[in-house]
Write a protein that binds this ligand. Sequence first.
Ligand code: FAD
Ligand code: MLT
Ligand code: ZN
Length: 454
Amino acid sequence: MRIEELRSLLGPGRINEDPDIIKTYSDDWTGRYKGFTPAVISPHSTDEVAEILSWCSANEVKIVPQGGNTGMVGGSVPLDGELIISLRKMNNANFSDTHKNQIIAEAGTTLLEIQNLASERGLIYGVDFGARDSATIGGTIATNAGGLNVLKYGTTRSQIISVEAVTGTGTIVGNLNGLEKDNTGYHLPSLLCGSEGTLAIVTRTKLRLWPEPEEKVTILFGFDNIQEAINLTEDCVTSNSEIVACELFFQKGVNLVREAYGVQPLWENKHSTYLLCEFAGDHNISDRLSEGVLGKILQTHNSVLVATTDGERQRLWQYRELHTVAISQKGIPLKLDVTLPLRNLSHFLESIDTICRKINPLCSPYVFGHCADGNMHLNILQSEPKVNALEEEILQFVVSLEGSISAEHGIGRSKAPYLHFQRSENELKLFAEMKRAFDPKGVLNPNVIFSSDN
Ligand code: FAD
Ligand code: MLT
Ligand code: ZN
């Protein structure tokens, strides 16, 4: 690979070939995908991204775009020796000068940097999740990341107003006009959001911000059965306009968080199921919560913890937010990220243990997730050597329950072999034609979304 040509094109400080540095980019966060690459390229502008992709296309050099490398489906690492284009150095973000409630950000800006900037003006960014300090805006657009507040603010797709991107031929497309309404042909922000770096590299974006709620209240409920927690979720979502998060998790996961982080037990561990709800709105929100449907359960249900201060709220959130890291400390989980219609959610959750044990009696499944979205994260430890059998069985079960094989993490490489469970042959053909239009030489993330064995 004639890296020297690229070096002379970009000038000094853009290409890193140091094996020790490269290693920190080429393995994924979960530890399941270990890649290799001759070099990491760090462009500093959209024009440099365009130069790189034009060179890659002309020389048919395959690349993997990378943001914070926190992706969970093997889509951000070079498993076949591709070059890595890291967007991390493109991390400028400022308030828009045309719209007071918008931020213009380069792709490598992290979620946390956007959240901190927004709060300077008493605004918030609608997407939030545990990897906020390293996940980048470009990566969250590429995966259409969801997170904790989808039920109130939507996924990343709902936050994007404009994008600028570079296609696989090095062509710069899109704009940053920030116009809420701009129906001038195909909507690139919608199309590129969720395309996982297979159609174009997102370089800059304009994001909508929301007014920061004056107050937040976080309430943890302990239940002895799943359906009660799902019923409360539906009651809150259909009756309370101030609910912003509704997270479901179980005693088994809490035990792991307690073991890893020494947090206090909840109600002497007597419950099997937990629901963490967060409400946000104008002053005196606590008074409003004591009324209506929620008010009744707050008066009658015994296991309820209410947190109003930031410290108390963080203490409750840690039971949920520390699941991912606590599980990863025990081993490399098989990670499934699925969506179920709420009417089928308890059946799915009550069946999972049996399905897993039938295939691999030694495996240990942990489930937790975004209940109002029907989005469950199934992390299975000791899944080897039956990983594919577990994936196939569970994903087919999800599809049989009218669910989705990927809720918010994307398809990447890990779900590519199963995409046909859910998308028709004609759709997959159309996807391939769209890919050819944007990336005719197939240099962008070649085995992401499209399975090499399909
Ligand atoms: P990377 O991992 O670097 O890349 C992800 C994908 O996007 C790859 O296919 C890559 O090629 C592509 N890509 C990256 N940058 C660009 C770009 N500029 N242009 C085009 N393609 C690009 N995800 C959720 O949705 N919800 C959650 O609740 C959630 N919680 C998490 C909690 C933890 C602790 C961790 C570690 C991860 C979590 N994630 C969650 C997963 C992950 O953070 C998201 O998928 C995130 O969007 C990845 O962003 P990133 O910048 O790390 O992207
Ligand atoms: C989360 O919601 O914490 C992540 O999406 C979970 C995961 O690690 O699967
Ligand atoms: Zn999640």
